[in-house]
Write a protein that binds this ligand. Sequence first.
Ligand code: IFM
Length: 740
Amino acid sequence: MKTKQVIYDNNFDLHSLNKFSSVMALGNGYLGVRAAHEEDYTGQIRGMYVAGVYNKATANETSDLVNLPDIAGMLIEIDGINFSMLEGEVLSYERGLSLETGELRREFIWKNKTGARFKFVFQRFAAKDHLHLLASKVTVASLDKPARIKMITGINAQQTNFGRQHLIEESVRVFNEEILQGIYQTTETGIIISIAASIHAPGASRISFSAKNRQLNASIDGDLVKDEPFVFEKIGTVYTSLESTNPDRDSLENLKSNSLLGYEALLERSASKWQEFWQAKRIEITSTDEFDQTAMDFALYHMEIMTPAHDERFSVGAKGLTGEGYKGHVFWDTEIFIAPFHLFTEPETAKKLLRYRYLHLQQAKEKAAQNGYEGALFPWESAMTGKEETPEFAAINIRTGTRQKVASAISEHHIVADIAFAVVQYFQNTLDEEFMRNEGLALLKETAQFWMSRTVEEGGKLSIKDVIGPDEYTEHIDNNAYTNYMAYYNVEQALYFMDQFQHTDEQLFNRGKDFLNTLYLPKPNKDKIIPQDDTFLSKPEIDLTPYKQTQGSQAILLDYSRAEVNEMQILKQADTVMLLYLFPDLFPKEVVAKNLHYYEAHTIHDSSLSKAIHAIVAARCEDEEAAYRFFKEACLIDLGPNPHSSDEGIHAASLGAIWLTTMFGFANMSQRTGRLNFNPKLPENWSELVFPLTYQGRKLKVKLTHQHFEITKLLGPDLAIEINGRDYLLSDTVEVEIKN
Ligand code: IFM
């Protein structure tokens, strides 16, 4: 490995506790655990989540990704003094998440208020080789004199989702004075969750147990001999009835068989899986700024731990499994921002994410019918059932004093075409005919049918009225360019694949052809600007400088109501630029550049899905400075100085977009023409970029500098590729000199 893959948080700061709890979260796609400190601090949010475990606290609320009982928390007392970093003095402090091994580690010396010093090391990880396993280790050494230590830890079911309690405590038990077990059931969805934890303390310790107020605890009393480490280990397992017919038994048996190995051996096993991951998927960036590599590693780490690759019944929430933002719901973020990474490194995972949508096709058809449409209308926010989960209201608008209705469920319909787009991408990459014949065509046909019923005829043209495009600051508009072009592509591809797979449905075919002939597709105006929708360009403009300076915070809504914002040329996030990203060949280069500049000037980037998309389009426009700047800013969404940017979880789509920028912007890769092609636009600061690829059954490796492009086929048959507009046959390695 070239650079150390560690995310540091070397300043204990109450303001950034929750941000780092998200950023340094542990997980493995099955479960996620926030990196909250073991000891409590006011306002610190703990969280453990299992993919697919959703529940509604009350009938009129939307589903929450349930915050499960906590096993990471611990109260420590030394000589009767409660350990807290807010008391006494912290003499040295280092905290890091090793992306290489998946271990979170905190090490420091603490001087209590009597002047006695203690060295602490806290370690923990979520096993990558065993999805149900978590382990932690605490080492304490007294540096000045012998002392007494007390630790209280267990399974704490007082956890809620910001006050919404989802679990019934079914039973709590203690086995052999060593194992604690709690069994819970979600109140609405009836999912059984069994959590077990084993306690391993030095032999001379005295251990007692208590069960009260939804807390099952072990209390460990021990002696600290000067300079001798006191080592405590806690191994945990989590099983649910979603994947196990007997979570109770599975949690206990797996705990027993694994905990005997001890923390270090379990860590080694898990770390070797992480090593395999990095060997197979790491992108190596040689940059003047090492942060670029860190940001990329960070993005890949999180994409790995956010994705339930083990189970096609679940998908990726907007915050992964790191927090409760957006209640763990699934958006278009998955298909457009996250799935491509999986598709080009492990297509099986991308397929499972599409299967998640396929498994909910029926619910999407029901939603379409309920709204008076045909085909399938996928929910804007989805969770376990595939039904619409978008909340009715957003936060109170300070200007109006009222809660703003969220219109996405009834109008943000581009998600339908986004899913269809991902189906086509999947096929282009894998040529998986079986998938296309079954799930793929079903998804394409039903989504296409939706669009055909979604239009109205006006003056001989079909319009798509009353939608929200990707820019959520502009609602209830007609003929959003992104939506219309995506709908066109959706129908076009449905017809193409129906034809390819001899899927005869003449009526649908003819209807589709009419649709393609008559759908209104906004064209660039005399200034070469593509209208975002029918009225956008006629709306007034205001100076957005102050809002751009505080981007991400939605500060504009402190000065204007949503209705007022709607009547101005203000974008929350990439919209027409999003269209230019997905369809780079739709318009001439000059039009692309003009639109990038026009719309960027009107975009606050209040959504984390915006910056990286601008980076990609800027790179393709050869605006290298802007591309790199947008890339950097995108990397700072989770890793930047804002202490609260990620309190409720990391920004899954934005992390996906870091990978997208590198691949579709800087390496400028595409599979549009039916073959893999590259037209690299490496940033000035990068001297080398190396990345692996999976494409049409081949394993490939690309190495790129400003002067040289090299692609090697590691596995699979020969492949026709295109580099900078020239054709090559890749049998082994193709090397191309790049002329600047
Ligand atoms: O899907 C996004 C949307 O585009 C902007 N608001 C946040 C959602 C979840 O990330």
